[in-house]
Design a protein around this ligand. Sequence first.
Ligand code: GSH
Length: 217
Amino acid sequence: MLYSFRRCPYAIRARYVVALLEVSVHLREVILKAKPDALLSLGGRSTVPQLIDVDGTRYPESIDIIFWALSKSSNKRLSNQLWPSQTKQRNNMMAWITYNDRFFKYWLDRYKYADRYPEFSEMYYRSKGEVFLQRLENRLKPQRFLFGEKEALPDVMIFPFVRQFAAVNQNWFDESQYNNLKSWLAHFVSSTRFQSVVMAKYSAWEAGQTEVPFPAQ
Ligand SMILES: N[C@@H](CCC(=O)N[C@@H](CS)C(=O)NCC(=O)O)C(=O)O
């Protein structure tokens, strides 16, 4: 059971990996302002995404759900491409993901909701976020994806946040100098998987309704 919210970047990355690895779940679309009792009654954190496995094991963070999907996938070639077994490579990948989640997300929230953080201007917050955009841009100069010519976990875990950053002022982003980053982002957001599967619209889940298979059959 995957509790999800369509526009949440954490839920997007979880759905993206689940869809990419063709792992089947039941999707429960949540309205954040009216979370269902089934989610609240689990106790503890009620953020989305959250996954409850058939044996009742709870995966309360997007990264937990992504590792769960990797463990369930029968496509070992793709799993290994996304999350190679070498420790050094994994540590390096985690460093990018952690930077995104800890620092880039911090500035993204301030840039997106600059009116709620009047201490500094929207431009200031954007320039803080651009430090990461520039790092991504440099990294993508010699290669298509962050860790080579094929997508890996850092790509799929970071792109929903860059997409959100770009959408704050889409014209600015489209006209910016981050050309490699723009192509990288377009690869994800213009894909059929993203548009038709990951971002498919579902009405809010209600107790007792028929479960919704995801990815859709
Ligand atoms: N670290 C969590 C963050 C999840 C998160 O913050 N989700 C937001 C929506 S984008 C949420 O559920 N907000 C509602 C709440 O905090 O109650 C993860 O990776 O899953």
